[in-house]
Design a protein around this ligand. Structure first.
Ligand code: ATP
Ligand code: MG
Length: 289
């Protein structure tokens, strides 16, 4: 990478990491981790020379450091010292055997449960490849997660109600509401749902359109990280191809972390991959296709 510069990526905010009693991040440990993360980012660009653009800019990596997870009241860790780094606007894929801990990890990254120890954050790098800000904790509201079979959790009678279901009812002034409305329009367009009436019953949509709707719900507030658990599961071949195309498009603007068994169909999109081994051990590994 040398003094080469990176394509301009939307700046992300930076705050201090999540700290737990068993793993307090000190400035020296941040620096130590940052240099290994930097190496990973450098390797990413070596493998993907087309990703390099000769413009001067910063870039960010979503980084996970030393995550352990033991559910309360149990004796064994479901995740053991999980470390990885994902360059923004790229797609990372986690594969591995059933029961190895993939969904457990995604739930931690989305803030649905708390790691026993370790940190999850965003690190920004300058054009010289060195961290140029303090790492920033990634709060759950900036992570979108699309669960496996998301359509099973649809609750509303119309597409509009489904997308706006979690929105604050009274809070916020007109500006906030305008912002949400713009986000809704952008999300609907970006998943190709603009041909569908907002009055339509979400349960009556085709499998592929239900999946698009689940994605739109997560995209309204433009997450810094979008997590997808088995995005192709249960879809017919046409809908699977549509979702793959959609992910390819979304990757231009978003950082995506996907868990899937459908390695062949996703292989053309994947920038980095890891195998989750039984016992919650994550190892960097090319996809076996
Ligand atoms: N709260 C919990 N307490 C104890 N064990 C749990 C808990 N949640 C999940 N597990 C166990 O953790 C292991 C990992 O589960 P997880 O759902 O993360 O696997 P997975 O890799 O996503 O599997 P699949 O590919 O089938 O979706 C499983 O053995 C599961 O039974
Ligand atoms: Mg799972």
């Amino acid at each position: 990478m040398g003094c080469c510069s990176f394509v301009c990526l939307a700046p992300l905010n930076f705050q201090i990491l999540e700290e737990t009693s068993s793993s307090i991040i000190t400035s020296s440990s941040i620096l130590k981790f940052s240099s290994s993360s930097l190496d990973r980012c450098k390797r990413f660009y070596r493998r993907k020379p087309n990703a390099l653009k000769l413009v001067s800019s910063d870039y960010s990596c979503f980084e996970v450091k030393g995550i352990n997870y033991r559910p309360p009241g149990t004796q064994h860790n479901l995740l053991n010292d999980v470390n990885f780094s994902l360059h923004e606007k790229s797609l990372g894929l986690i594969f591995g055997r059933s029961g190895s801990g993939k969904t457990t990890l995604l739930q931690l990254l989305a803030g649905l449960s708390k790691p026993t120890s370790g940190s999850i954050y965003i690190q920004r790098y300058g054009e010289d490849g060195n961290p140029n800000q303090s790492p920033e904790h990634l709060p759950p509201e900036r992570v979108g997660i699309v669960f496996q079979f998301p359509e099973r959790y649809f609750l509303a009678d119309t597409v509009l109600e489904e997308v706006t279901f979690g929105w604050p009812r009274q809070k916020g002034g007109i500006q906030f509401k305008e912002q949400l409305a713009l986000g809704l329009q952008r999300a609907i367009n970006s998943v190709g749902l603009n041909g569908i009436s907002l009055d339509e019953d979400p349960h009556a949509l085709s499998g592929g359109y239900k999946r698009r709707l689940a994605l739109a719900i997560q995209l309204v507030q433009t997450p810094d990280l979008l997590i997808l658990d088995e995005p192709l599961a249960g879809l017919d071949w046409k809908a699977r191809a549509d979702v793959v195309k959609l992910l390819k498009y979304l990757k231009k603007e978003l950082t995506l972390l996907v868990v899937s068994h459908d390695l062949k169909e996703l292989s053309s999109l994947v920038d980095q991959s890891w195998r989750m081994e039984m016992g919650g051990l994550l190892k960097k590994e090319p996809m076996p296709v």
